[in-house]
Each structure stands twice: as structure tokens, then as C-alpha cells.
Design a protein around this ligand. Sequence first.
Ligand code: ITT
Length: 218
Amino acid sequence: MANILIATGNAHKFQEIEAIMGKVAALNLVYLDKSYRVEIIEDRETYEENAKTKVEGYLKFLDENQELKAKLNFDFIVSEDSGLEVECLGGAPGLFTARYVGENASDTANIEKLLNDMKLKKECAGSRHAKFVCYACLYDIKKNNFEYFYGELNGLIAGEISGTKGFGYDPVFFIQAFNKTAAQLNSSEKNKISHRATAFKKVAEAVSKREQCKSDDK
Ligand code: ITT
């Protein structure tokens, strides 16, 4: 079975990725929580580059922690960079979604800023269209090869928060097909339609294919 490191410090993301990939194939997914203090500086100009930077940060961390590296014996490292793009704000917060208010901003503070910015922008009176985007990066350790997979979810930004599930901007991300915000969906509903679901189903399929080729070669 493939050993895969999910390179994120966000526990909510890991739970979603585990549920999504687990439906496609039997894979051994590992997450190093914040206690491992993996340092990542997300300062690149595209989501793909940021996702690659996250993989590189974890590679460096494992190189500095050889015992852990040998014990976990990963075949793949997978990261993702995601964001919220609001049409009437010209695609903002985009690459700055996690830190819209600043470094270590809370979800509540980010949402407040988003709703305030939208109140001040006259274009937002007519259109509240938005999308979540997810760029997943699959790194094959033996092949030293990076591959990228994309997913998006379209919705509208609600005027106020509703729901307590999910994370991040879910309480204001309204999905018309469900007539609910993402924070009102249960996890299995969100994990069927989300930007992360689309990208990570493709990741799981790519890993399965590679594992199949390896066993055919034997
Ligand atoms: P890692 O970099 O450690 O993976 P992060 O939370 O910092 O975790 P990003 O840099 O990719 O992740 O920031 C993406 C932000 O976009 C995230 O913090 C949320 O605020 C928001 N976001 C992404 N996906 C979301 C989702 O499914 N629901 C709500 N908000 C989401």
C-alpha cells in the first residue's frame, strides 16, 4: 500500500482529504500535526508554486529528521494550496485567502473583512459570485516528479454567516444547488462536491495508477 504524507498544517483539510481519497483507493495517509513545526513560507505568485513550496518544506523537514523519515518511509508527498476568489473584488482574496487580515488571522476576522470589503464595493451589490479553487501537488519521491491537479466549487457570498460545520469561509459560501452554505452541509455532502474533492479524487486515481504499474512491473 502507498504511504502518503499529506503536507498540510490544517487539520480540517486533512480530515477532508482522508475522506475523499479513502473513497477512491486504500491508501495509507499520514498527517504531521502542528507539533512537528514544519516551516513553510507561502510567498509565491501562483497557487501551484505555493503548493510545491509546501512539498519542498516537508522534504527539507524530513531530511533534517532522518529517523522519522526512515520510520514513515513515504512513497508520495501531497500538498494543496487553495483559495477563495470573489468576482466583484477582482478575484480577491485569492492567494491571500488564509491571511486576508494578516498572518495567523482567525476565520472570523477574515470573514468580517470579506463582508466589509464587499459592502464598500458597489460592484458587489449586483453580483456576489465566488469560487473556491484547489491546486493539489503530488510529489513522487522515487521519481522526483511533481504533478498538479485542479478543482473548483462555484457559489455566492452570503451577507451573513450561517452554519457551524466545515472551516474557513464555509459559513458565508452559499451553494445554490443545496440552498445552504458550505458550513450547513454535512461532511459527506461537502466532500462530494468541493474543490478539494475534485482535485483529490484525481490525486488518488493517479497514485492508484502508479501503484498498479509498479505491481505490473514486478
Ligand atoms: P496549509 O497551507 O498548511 O495546507 P492553510 O489553511 O494555510 O493550510 P492555504 O494556505 O491553502 O491553507 O489557505 C487556504 C485558505 O482558504 C484556508 O485557510 C481557508 O481560509 C480557505 N479555504 C480553502 N478551502 C476551504 C474550504 O473548503 N472551506 C472554507 N475555506 C476554505
